[in-house]
Design a binder for this molecule. Structure first.
Ligand code: AMP
Length: 378
């Protein structure tokens, strides 16, 4: 049974992804309830019901479930136990706690990919000094040693060039599960945002091409400048991920493109993704509206890219909380500004983004870079 407009959608996590989900949900006449520990959160500013509690607080979770007809979450470092608890209360939660458990753990995620015939780099689970020695022999160098859980935006990972560096890095990580991954000599990083309904209906946006600066997404270009066969291989990976995990909702698969055009999966995000924000301005149905549609069992919307687009993240530098140059950006007829309602802009914090529309990805990129230069945190 479809959950129709007028119903209440519950969301665990009150960050910018929740905010953009809530904005689209409200446009469609849904009500939104959010559970988030911090006050005045980006999503809390938009939601109809705000529950201020830790993600694991049973009373808060129960209140969220009571208010909601269907539930989702907006970031994958929510404790899977909280999602299991919500499931136990009998309300539908999409994606399921099983999806969350796998996608928040790099070892489980890469093992899933291997079993689903999705190409991934050589990897080894590292839980002891012995695992490390065996893993370094099997994987070789250069490699990345990463925490299996809890890492994001490049946090919790170290590049290692030899066994000594591996042992040093291992000692510094003290006791958490790790994964050793062979370095992928990629030419490009792309991602594909897709959505799947409970009945298996699947749809994906064209892949985007992503540029990271200090491990944080800086620019996403739509469509990615890749061949049709590479794009359809990415589509196949996303389909296998959605089907294999039984995901219901919008999700994203980050993929490395090698120089011969072959692909290797990097990560899965079981939610809308930063690299899909341009779908708000460049598609009839954004990745957030698609999330609403998918979790509510409604027809999925169009994923057609109506124009080429470039999205630039506005990241705090720690130098100030005011974005200088906003008026110049607003004067640009080809750009759209999105700010997330955060008052403090410490270094590395995602404060907003802007999207430029153009007739080709090359033009969008050039124009976005010009506009980016005019903006500064002061
Ligand atoms: P992750 O948090 O795993 O997405 O890593 C953040 C970024 O580090 C990726 O977007 C890549 O640019 C780089 N990276 C991570 N793992 C690898 C790898 N195995 N090979 C090459 N680059 C990687």
């Amino acid at each position: 049974m479809a959950v129709l407009p007028g119903a209440t959608l519950g969301i665990l996590g009150g960050g910018q992804l929740g905010r953009m989900f809530a904005l689209d949900a409200k446009r469609m006449s849904y009500r939104v309830a959010v559970l988030e520990p911090s006050k005045d959160s980006p999503c809390g500013q938009i939601a109809d019901h705000v529950i201020t509690a830790p993600y694991t607080d049973e009373k808060g979770l129960r209140e969220l479930a009571d208010k909601s007809d269907v539930l989702t979450y907006e970031f994958e470092n929510v404790d899977a136990k909280a999602v299991e608890f919500l499931e136990g209360l009998g309300k539908p939660v999409h994606p399921s706690s099983k999806v969350l458990r796998i996608t928040q753990d790099r070892i489980l995620e890469k093992t899933f990919a291997l079993n689903a015939n999705i190409p991934v780099t050589a990897f080894a689970a590292i839980r002891s000094g012995e695992d490390l020695e065996n893993g370094m022999t099997a994987v070789g160098f250069p490699a990345f040693l990463k925490t299996s859980r809890g890492g994001y935006d490049g946090k919790g990972q170290v590049r290692i060039e030899n066994a000594d560096e591996g042992r040093k890095a291992f000692a510094n990580f003290s006791g958490v599960d790790l994964i050793l991954e062979g370095l992928v000599p990629f030419e490009k990083e792309i991602s594909i945002v897709a959505a799947r309904r409970q009945d298996g209906y699947f749809s994906a946006y064209p892949p985007s091409e992503n540029v990271h600066v200090r491990n944080i997404l800086d620019l996403s270009l739509h469509p990615a400048r890749i061949s049709n066969s590479t794009a359809s291989a990415a589509y196949n990976i996303a389909f296998k991920v959605g089907e294999g995990l039984g995901i219901v909702g919008t999700f994203c698969v980050e993929i490395f493109v090698l120089s011969d055009g072959s692909l290797m999966m990097n990560e899965i995000a079981p939610r809308p993704h930063n690299s899909g924000h341009a779908t708000i301005d460049a598609c009839l149905c954004s990745q957030f509206e698609q999330q609403v549609r998918a979790i509510c069992g409604l027809p999925l919307g169009s994923t057609e890219l109506l124009r080429s687009a470039a999205m630039i993240n506005l990241i705090g530098t720690g130098e100030g909380n005011r974005l200088d140059g906003v008026e110049q950006l607003l004067a640009a007829p080809d750009a759209s500004l999105h700010l997330y309602g955060k008052s403090e802009a410490p270094k590395g914090r995602k404060m907003g983004h802007f999207t430029v529309l153009a007739n080709s990805a090359d033009i969008a990129e050039k124009r976005a870079r010009e506009l980016q230069k005019q903006l500064k945190w002061v």
